[in-house]
Design a protein around this ligand. Sequence first.
Ligand code: NAP
Length: 241
Amino acid sequence: MNNTVTIVTGGAQGIGRAISELIAQKGGDIAIFDVIDGSEAKASILSKGRRCEFYKVDVSDLQAVQNAVDSVVKDLGRVDNLVNNAGITIDKLLVRMKEEDWDSVIRINLKSVFNCTKSVIRHMLKTGGSIVNISSIAGVMGNPGQANYAASKAGIIGFTKSIAREYAERAIRVNAIAPGFIRTKMTDSLDEKTKELTLAAVPLKRLGEPEDIANAVYFLLSRYGSYITGEVINVNGGLHM
Ligand code: NAP
């Protein structure tokens, strides 16, 4: 990862923050795209001796993303890797799910992946690159109450495989990770009963940590993943095999 530049969306907290920290620890520079304040994440990466820039950008807005990617190239000189990690949930049973609940989740979780990938790909055409998209176990298995979220995460898998085929000859690798239940702000709000039931179903008998996902992202981005493209890696403690 030495001296590479990686854009991490949703990189100011949770899984994205852990990904940013690990890549910096391994010698890479980071551009964080997030809607929340990223100054704490930026300071932590700078303290590791790596360059880091934070861009307040809504990844569901194509023009805003294009502007931010242009700024990354201006500020950090290049883009080698992209991690499409930003995402939200608006969980409801279908009968209660409003049109805007569907549209928001598809826009922020799936259209954002189109926006960011389209904006970086032209910078990777000559040099090659690596993209990792954060899907979900819900996109692989489905989950009641998450029709919008599961559809967005399944869409990411189809997108990943298509773009992997489209740009393999340009030495651009595109992969996805499907996390299981990971301890972050996104899952903190779930009730204790759901957490207990999930834990009981995980063969490895623990919930995942953001670092578990960061390790898999690093593996795919780095030279260790150099012969892997179009793949979806489950990182879920065995919850789905
Ligand atoms: P998180 O703690 O909520 O972090 C996600 C970050 O993305 C937040 O800072 C969030 O800001 C930001 N974000 C939301 N909408 C955005 C937008 N339009 N533009 C830019 N940034 C935006 O979530 P996480 O648990 O780390 O999840 C990271 C990814 O892993 C998501 O794609 C999620 O679906 C996926 N995942 C998580 C789990 C899990 O168990 N945690 C399991 C499977 C997959 P706000 O706080 O303002 O929303």
